[in-house]
Design a binder for this molecule. Sequence first.
Ligand SMILES: Nc1ncnc2c1ncn2[C@@H]1O[C@H](COP(=O)(O)OP(=O)(O)OP(=O)(O)O)[C@@H](O)[C@H]1O
Ligand SMILES: [Mg+2]
Length: 408
Amino acid sequence: MPIHVLPEFLINQIAAGEVVERPASVVKELLENSLDAGARSITVEVEQGGKRLIRVTDDGHGIAKADMNLALQRHATSKITSLEDLEAVASLGFRGEALSSIASVSRLRLTSRTDGETHAWQISIKSQETATAMPAAGETGTRIELRDLFYNVPARRKFLRTDRTEYSHIDELVKKMALARFDVGFELVHDGKTVRRLPPAIEPEMQAQRVARLCGSEFLDHALVIDEQTGDLSLQGWVAEPRYNRAHADRQFFFVNGRIVRDRVIAHAVRQAFRDVLFHGRHPAFVLYLQMPARAVDVNVHPQKHEVRFRDSRMVHDFLYSSLHRRLADAGVGAGALRPGTEVAEGGSGSAVTVFPRQVGMGLGIREQISQYAPSRMRYGRLSGTFYSMAVTRRLCCIYRCRPARLM
Ligand SMILES: Nc1ncnc2c1ncn2[C@@H]1O[C@H](COP(=O)(O)OP(=O)(O)OP(=O)(O)O)[C@@H](O)[C@H]1O
Ligand SMILES: [Mg+2]
């Protein structure tokens, strides 16, 4: 086959393959656009897990009538103009390809009104042709509505899961965005029913309330507040003390300059900080915000922008590790705070906990009993008539006094 340049529409569909994995990825792009537009209130409406309809309405600065078609073109953006900008991206978006990708795999309608206009304008996109803007009703802000995701790419549609599963991804995404931006109100409506309504949370108590609503009040009850600063780096948020730990890494939210990210450097630093106080296979819980100069982090490394690259990853790692480690130790729940043979804190399953070096603790001869419910490295037993649970980490052995009822 001779070499030829692909048609624009196909190029967009190929790009959509990277950017639009499922309805939740569309919601992510639209929410990011709304936040970049300075929205203070955003409503997300979805039907059938987002497969049938996704509608995001914001009160941001809107798109001028003359720019509406441009916004849907590939590589068209208002967020960067030069390489310099790209090296210090302050907005969530910058690639100028989300809307064109989304429009290439769905039926999209864009309605927007800027300040000073007397009414909104609307365009409906059909097969990537330039559309004529029509007057429409609407307040200042933007509404993007798309129907029948992947209607023209049946192979992709087949990969979608049940409505329920797709909806749960959207809910999780909205949750992350709501944790990222306390100053913005969010509403999530699924199949006509309001599922989440989160007013803006400006005061610290309101922010804590939002965290409790999104992560559970148990998380907040066990959370230590983090507020650390070293040079240009600052870390704020909440980290749960080790006894509130999880079987899955499902309460781990890490934001870098307001962007939710998964990152190996971060994950390693957190794991290290918890290394001696968590059992193997258990996961810590946290909601953490790292702020750093935009130039110190490269956000242009992943099509969906889930990952970042730190220019000095060692420094970031050490800052995170030492901040978390110190905070746990200060609260008397970190390995640094534990002295062999001392009683230091409430045990997960009973009263006081005594900590020994591993070999000493293991050699105490607690008669193992019971229990099929015990997590793999948690053992239960009895010593001199008192019931204990014993947790063994790589370096330490923690012995908790506990109630017999716990053992039965
Ligand atoms: N909700 C919105 N409010 C105001 N302007 C918007 C909104 N959504 C999109 N835009 C405008 O449309 C442009 C294109 O959006 P699109 O999401 O395709 O690209 P981007 O956000 O610039 O970059 P990225 O592809 O990384 O998301 C944006 O740069 C912005 O100017
Ligand atoms: Mg965008």
